[in-house]
Design a protein around this ligand. Structure first.
Ligand code: SAM
Length: 244
């Protein structure tokens, strides 16, 4: 449950160095120990957080077994991509999967740009990402929570969309896909109603290489394919911040 989840009090205090060891900034550009930085609220020991040479820019929310991450890694080799997953064993599986791929590709340094983190994205997203840090968020085949009384557990809602709008920079894209027509309608309705998002047109959507990957590389996408099910895609652009 959540009390076992480790999360930084602020994105600046997140230690990414173990997730992306190939991107740790050289020693001379590391900051001095920050006495106020702590790993968890209970633990008051100051930690020195190692900085990376660049930030995570792409997040896969509820990444499951990591198919999307693995497929995106070579497509955006200069970008740090992070999968977020709430289930412990599934997160561990993805971690091991990436470890093996990194070892097999030591020379080319492929897969160093993808990693996975255990997190409840419904609660702690702003603890990990600064405002406008992300260029893309993927929400692939989220749990449908069919019953009306379970709708509040859906990963797309007015409140959560505001968190996505906070983390994604203007011009950035939120990608969604599901095989559940009702959930597709729900996601479209909630993003279209949100003042910080607009739906991306079909032409642009189909021209985006990430859409094909989302359809075919996710474990759920493959399952739906085997069962000859339909997949519903919708992309939403983060609008410019309003000028007051
Ligand atoms: N995206 C993957 C795919 O397309 O193959 C997995 C889809 S699976 C149906 C939904 C995933 O979201 C599950 O692995 C589940 O554990 C994860 N999940 C559900 N709620 C979450 C939350 N609040 N934070 C992080 N992950 C969550």
């Amino acid at each position: 449950s959540d009390h076992q989840l480790v999360y930084p009090p602020h994105p600046d205090q997140m230690d990414w160095s173990t997730l992306y060891p190939a991107y740790v900034a050289p020693e001379e550009s590391q900051p001095e120990a920050n006495p106020s930085a702590t790993t968890t609220e209970e633990e008051e020991t100051p930690v020195k957080v190692k900085k990376l040479t660049q930030d995570v820019e792409v997040a896969d929310i509820g990444c499951g077994f990591g198919g999307l991450l693995i497929a995106l890694a070579p497509v955006m080799p200069q970008t740090l991509v992070l999968g977020l997953e709430i289930r412990v064993s599934v997160t561990q599986f993805v971690e091991d999967r990436i470890k093996v791929l990194r070892r097999q590709n030591e020379e080319s340094r492929a897969y160093q740009n993808v990693s996975v983190l255990r997190a409840n994205t419904m609660k702690f997203l702003p603890n990990f990402f600064r405002q406008g840090q992300l260029s893309k968020i993927f929400i692939c085949f989220p749990d449908p929570h069919f019953k009306a009384r379970k709708h509040k557990q859906r990963i797309v809602s007015t409140t959560l969309n505001s968190e996505y709008a906070y983390a994604v920079r203007p011009g950035g894209i939120v990608y969604t896909i599901t095989d559940v027509p009702d959930l597709h309608g729900w996601m479209v309705q909630h993003f279209e109603a949100h003042p910080m998002f607009e739906r991306v047109g079909v032409e642009e959507q189909e021209g985006d290489p990430c859409v094909e990957i989302m359809r075919n590389a996710t474990e759920e996408g493959k399952k739906v394919e085997r069962n000859k099910g339909e997949k519903f895609v919708a992309l939403f652009r983060r609008l410019e911040d309003p000028v007051f």
